[in-house]
Design a protein around this ligand. Structure first.
Ligand SMILES: *[C@@H]1O[C@H](CO)[C@@H](O)[C@H](O)[C@H]1NC(C)=O
Ligand SMILES: *[C@@H]1O[C@H](CO)[C@@H](O)[C@H](O)[C@H]1NC(C)=O
Ligand SMILES: *[C@@H]1O[C@H](CO)[C@@H](O)[C@H](O)[C@H]1NC(C)=O
Length: 417
């Protein structure tokens, strides 16, 4: 199989521009009024380092990521500092940092107050965590060299793949040479899919059950707050930047597919004992710097089609969560709008004390994210990121995330506690 098939598919890929391309006796929690723990699922907005050891190009555990964090430590957060899952953990009175579940140094007490399962670049669409995507041909070669330079080892992009014929073809093809990849602009990513985030959560439950016993573990699971966000990568990356879904789906039917996958994830999470599940809406993804660059014309306006897709998705997500709350006894699914808050922060950024609202701090600010945002860009990278809404071309700065987290928390706190 395969090389031919790959090449055919790869050629198709070249016509589209890719975007993007991280033993205790008692639980402490029963003391305060808030939830005993916070758990985060979804993508890079909540990921606190789960991609660090994965075989993927979509990570950020190198400088300048984390430059304002614990003395400049790159932890795998897609930000210069803390991300919304950290802020939310603090606002809920739990802790200042929500550790990534795959973080190796975790102690039992870290587990008991919550961890994150989110994985940058994942999506509700199962294809999203498997395909990957990188910007331009020159950016691809640069990124390959950059990452080898950073990690000291060459890339292998083949991860465990399943599902579509494309994926299985590629998994059988043993592409390992950079040249082929370079010519055909294909990078395979393998980040943690939503079902696999749930599998990690099941493992987590076994871990804490072993540590504190069945009864206490069940209590933590049932009384905690769950937060999640996904969908951005499905729309911006999988749908608009690759041909794989567009040949079969228009935007309305693709958002239906996303809602179906999202809702089966929510039901599975409920099946694991989770009750209070807060789901962030999709942001105005068309206004992030990379979408402005790729789809916003010469003036780098917001990509209207991406924003419209996000709005359509949100208009289906909100009633779906209401239905689930009715259907599933004891559940509370909370739709948390971040679309409007973020649009206001993006468009009225001066009101919030920002000077730049359409470019990231890292590099030129137009396209760099993940492996393209690295030390080689240092001279171009901004000095004062508190003046920027965006840290890289996809992700907000710590300051913008803090404002978003505060506003969202204040709006929904009665339902989160
Ligand atoms: C949870 O349990 C698994 C399987 O026993 C183990 O490999 C893993 O290290 C544990 N994780 C933590 C964070 O304790
Ligand atoms: C921006 O601010 C103006 C004036 O306060 C307001 O009318 C408008 O709705 C804001 N934009 C967004 C997207 O919230
Ligand atoms: C967010 O809320 C916290 C807690 O109320 C407060 O200390 C912090 O200053 C707020 N941050 C911003 C940027 O508004």
């Amino acid at each position: 199989m395969t090389r031919t098939l790959i090449i055919a598919i790869s050629l198709e890929i070249t016509v589209s521009v890719f975007l993007y391309g991280k033993s205790l006796a008692a639980a402490p929690a029963t003391k305060n009024k808030g939830p005993p723990a916070l758990f985060a699922f979804g993508d890079s907005m909540l990921d606190t380092g789960n991609n660090n050891d994965l075989l993927t190009a979509l990570k950020c555990n190198f400088r300048p990521y984390g430059r304002d964090f614990m003395g400049g430590k790159p932890t795998g957060r897609f930000c210069n500092g803390r991300v919304p899952s950290d802020f939310l953990a603090e606002l809920l009175g739990l802790k200042k940092y929500l550790p990534a579940y795959l973080d190796k140094g975790l102690k039992t007490e870290d587990l008991l107050t919550g961890v994150g399962f989110a994985s940058g670049a994942t999506g509700y669409d199962p294809l999203t965590s498997q395909i990957a995507v990188i910007h331009y041909s020159f950016a691809l070669s640069l990124s390959l060299r950059t990452n080898s330079y950073l990690t000291g080892k060459p890339f292998t992009f083949l991860g465990p793949l399943d599902g579509t014929s494309l994926s299985s073809a590629i998994s059988r093809a043993h592409i390992s040479d950079e040249i082929l990849l370079f010519y055909f602009f294909v990078i395979i990513q393998s980040v943690i899919s939503m079902p696999n985030q749930l599998n990690l959560f099941k493992q987590y439950k076994r871990n804490i059950t072993a540590a504190v016993g069945q009864k206490q573990a069940a209590k933590i699971v049932a009384q905690s707050t769950y937060v999640m966000i996904a969908g951005n990568n499905d729309i911006a990356n999988t749908y608009f930047s690759t041909p794989f879904r567009r040949v079969h789906y228009d935007v309305p039917s693709y958002t239906d597919l996303l809602i179906d996958h999202a809702s089966s994830f929510f039901m599975d999470l409920y099946g694991q004992g989770s009750r209070k599940i807060a789901v962030l809406s999709m942001p105005p993804i068309g206004c992030v710097p990379s979408q402005r660059t790729l789809d916003g014309g010469l003036r780098r306006e917001c990509s209207e089609r991406a924003n419209e897709a996000a709005l359509l998705f949100n208009s289906k997500l909100s009633p779906k969560l209401k239905d689930l709350s009715k259907q599933l006894p004891g559940s509370r699914f909370v739709y948390m709008d971040v679309y409007n808050t973020l649009l206001d922060i993006f468009q009225n950024h001066t009101k919030y004390g920002f000077e730049v609202g359409n470019k990231g701090c890292c590099g030129t600010g137009n396209i760099e994210a993940s492996i393209l945002c690295n030390r080689l860009q240092d001279t171009a990278t901004c000095k004062d990121d508190t003046k920027y809404v965006f840290w890289d071309s996809l992700h907000l700065t710590e300051r913008a995330y803090e404002i978003l987290s505060n506003e969202t928390f204040n709006k929904y706190k009665n339902q989160l506690l």
